[in-house]
Design a protein around this ligand. Sequence first.
Ligand code: CMC
Length: 394
Amino acid sequence: GESEYITLDPGFKNTGSTESAITFLDGEKGVLHYRGYPIEQLAEKSTFIEVAYLLIYGELPTKEVLEQFRSAIRKQMMIHEDMKNFFVGFPSKSHPMGQLSCLVGALSSFYPESLNPNATEEEDNKTIINLLAKMPTIVSWIQKKSLGQPVVYPKNNYGYIENFLNMIFGEVTGETTFDPVVISAMHKLLILHADHEQNCSTSTVRIVGSSNANLYASISAGINALWGPLHGGANQAVIEMLEAIKNDGGDADKYLAKAKDKNDPFRLMGFGHRVYKNFDPRAKIIKKACDDILEKLGVQDPILDIAKKLEEAALNDQYFVDRKLYPNVDFYSGIIYRALGFESDMFTVLFALGRLPGWIAQWKEMRDNKEPIGRPRQIYVGETKRDYVGFDKR
Ligand code: CMC
């Protein structure tokens, strides 16, 4: 039948879904470029909003253009007051990722111009700015709800990261100032997460968007894909794993053995990657940043020692060597987020905030290229035709 013409590739391990000019990745060499610029240089020299512009529009902005972009975002950081009602409905301990996907999806109801699949470029840009502007505010409301505290509104005199930190950690009264070490750590982490070509959540955003669903709906779907512990949820899972090892006497070898045991579903969280087979360049930068930041903040976290012990043990273990399993971006990021004061269930939300420009850029590219609707095929292996039978014959 026709299925003999269909190539089966579960998990799309060898299937390219699109041509893309956004992110270049060489898994053998451990290379990652955004629009041609090496990730190491961007993490060192750029800012998150500049990288967002670069990813979405393809070039580094001039000073004036960047200022306009920043100012447009700053002006849209408030969210519709009626969105507060959503928070009343969530149980106080509901997971931040579930709340985030719901609230981002709900933005389309408050900003319905996004619903038009034939929107002009200017209208699309408005939606893009809205998303970049409102997502930090939504994330901060989620945090405040979990603490039972009143929300802190965005301020016009703050930069993007300062505004975010102030809405998260600040109080309604008074000005909070943030250590430049903290601000620069946030820029670095968000930049390192900003895009990663056709990963699970990004492919989700493109495939949802390919049906002409609006940008908010597409990003909301991406957030749900990111939630899983095999993808973005790994950063929370790593910290929980390290905590468990610590509370269990700190025996890294025991957990290594569990990870190798094929009868045990346990995997070493923060290890392994579909594409990187020598090292994850993001993990390299994050590991160094982690040491730097903890030292500068004077934080001593016993979990860092366990992470290092585990990493060393794994890198010298035949099982991990044979399968080319190395620490990925999520292995050390949680330790930094924790040092900055975030609870572990907020880590994946921070990943989402970082990945947002990448998702937007990929959605825009898909639309600009007028890509067809995403619709994979299958090979049917079920029953052949049979006749319906009544209860008495089953
Ligand atoms: N611990 C133990 N064994 C592992 C691990 C791990 N973390 N990762 C892969 N393996 C083994 C796996 O059991 C398989 O062994 P075998 O060939 O004997 O059956 C082999 O390595 C290949 O694994 P795979 O599942 O076929 O590889 P994949 O490309 O489908 O999965 C992955 C990639 C990232 C989902 C996987 O490595 C994993 O589950 N890692 C842990 C979760 C994690 O850290 N995710 C974050 C990924 S990076 C950032 C992001 O995407 O958010």
